[in-house]
Design a protein around this ligand. Structure first.
Ligand SMILES: Cc1cc2nc3c(=O)[nH]c(=O)nc-3n(C[C@H](O)[C@H](O)[C@H](O)COP(=O)(O)OP(=O)(O)OC[C@H]3O[C@@H](n4cnc5c(N)ncnc54)[C@H](O)[C@@H]3O)c2cc1C
Length: 399
């Protein structure tokens, strides 16, 4: 049983089917459904989408991005080609989630998974033979049972709270986005912007076509008091549009969608990753990059890790707690360093002074440019020991 048909749930279902396990996906939404997002697919996401056999169809319908521009709080910019992953994926794609998530779900269904839409899962209990889910559909409550469950409910924490997996909601990032048409001078580059944003936070302009884009802004709810007194993601967005150096780009642009805000869970370092006979994937395990807010890649990857772990458990008919703990260990081995590194980089450098210095330095140093882009896209191998002083010295060394 998979709860949630976002990238994490659909990837888990697809990989479970690759191991010939029967899967039912439940989602409270009917598809296609929208998901508030920047719609950016990093090279890391492309690598796993390729493994799922989806890269070619995606490339045909998504907007291809070859470069990244980073804007400092004082409006300077540095641009660079997208740093390649595995020497193969040297680009990004942007595709609205309305289409991406539907494509992922259809792919899981084509591989043999079953899907029940408009089912709100309100409880998960462990039984002697697996899990029982309590579901509400058309105001009727029913239950269903399975050997194990994958929980892929995203940043919506209600189910995890009701299960007792979370005692309270952890601090989150929040972000809002809107779609624009008729923008000036868009090209094959995404913009990551720190001008006009509440720090620690960021904003983005992700082209969805030659003159259209997904524009958004987000910040950490525990941000610095000195900021503009912003209290909601939609306010952060409006403030960004007003105070950034975006005026020329937006001069004749039309907002063609509602402005929508949503939280992002970036708390993987302290998040539980399983409970009873249920594994958590994607944002349900706090897997969103605290520097850039990207989480589709980790949702897809952790969906695969969970499915392969479950397949081994089925093979060995071993569903002991120790096996569930091994899943936690696998996720920690893969992501702990990266997330610690990203949190520390955010705490150290998400200040106007450092961001202004970094962007200026990077405009003169290719190595630093690529390092910045890799860090922001979650692709920089994280060092095992981190020292602020070592990092700062490396950044400032003459080249
Ligand atoms: C404004 C914003 C911009 C972002 N920009 C980017 C970006 O550009 N690139 C990027 O990689 N990431 C981005 N992210 C993060 C990204 O959207 C998430 O990390 C990603 O969607 C996580 O995937 P998921 O499968 O874990 O969860 P989701 O995609 O959130 O899917 C969860 C699913 O579970 C269902 N569900 C929830 N609760 C229940 C329940 N109780 N019962 C049944 N169904 C349930 C929901 O209906 C939903 O379909 C952004 C996030 C925000 C908020």
């Amino acid at each position: 049983m998979v709860v949630g048909a976002g990238p994490g749930g659909s990837a888990a279902a697809y990989y479970l089917r690759r191991h010939n396990l029967s899967v039912l996906i439940l989602d409270k939404a009917t598809f296609p459904r929208d998901k508030t997002c920047g719609d950016g697919l990093t090279p890391r996401a492309l690598a796993i989408l390729d493994d799922m056999g989806l890269l070619t169809p995606l490339t045909q319908i998504a907007c291809r991005i070859n470069g990244v521009e980073i804007y400092s709080p004082d409006g300077h910019s540095v641009s660079s080609p997208v740093a390649a992953r595995d020497a193969r994926y040297a680009y990004m794609l942007v595709l609205p989630r309305l289409k991406l998530d539907n494509l992922l779900l259809e792919h899981a269904l084509a591989s043999g998974a079953a899907f029940e839409p408009a089912v709100h899962v309100t409880g998960v209990t462990t039984t002697t033979s697996g899990v029982t889910l309590t579901c509400v559909q058309d105001r009727k409550t029913w239950t269903c049972s399975a050997r194990a469950a994958v929980i892929a409910t995203g940043a919506n924490m209600r189910l995890l709270l009701s299960m007792g997996a979370l005692q309270e909601a952890p601090p989150t990032m929040v972000a809002a986005r809107a779609y624009y048409d008729d923008l000036n001078v868009l090209c094959d580059r995404v913009q990551l912007r720190f001008d006009g944003v509440r720090l620690p936070g960021y904003a983005w302009v992700f082209p969805t076509g030659p003159r259209s884009a997904n524009v958004g802004a987000g910040y950490f709810a525990e941000g610095h008091a000195s900021q503009r007194g912003i209290s909601s993601p939609t306010e952060a967005f409006e403030s960004f549009v007003l105070h950034s150096h975006l005026h020329d780009t937006l001069a004749r642009a039309r907002r063609v969608s509602k402005l929508k805000g949503f939280p992002l869970r970036v708390d993987f370092l302290t998040a539980p990753t399983f409970m009873g006979q249920a594994l958590f994937v994607g944002e349900a395990a706090g897997l969103v990059n605290p520097l850039s807010g990207e989480g589709i890649d980790y949702a897809l990857e952790s969906g695969r890790i969970a499915a392969e772990h479950l397949a081994r458990m089925f093979q060995q008919a071993d569903f002991s707690t120790a096996r569930f703990e091994e899943y936690d260990t696998a996720l920690r081995e893969r992501y702990q360093n990266l997330f610690e590194f990203c949190h520390r980089v955010r705490r150290t450098f998400h200040h106007p002074f450092w961001l202004n210095v970094l962007v200026r330095l990077a405009s003169r140093r290719m190595d630093l440019k690529l390092l910045l882009i890799r860090i922001v896209l979650g692709d920089q191998p994280a060092p095992h020991s981190f020292s602020y002083w070592k990092l700062i010295k490396a950044l400032l060394r003459p080249h």
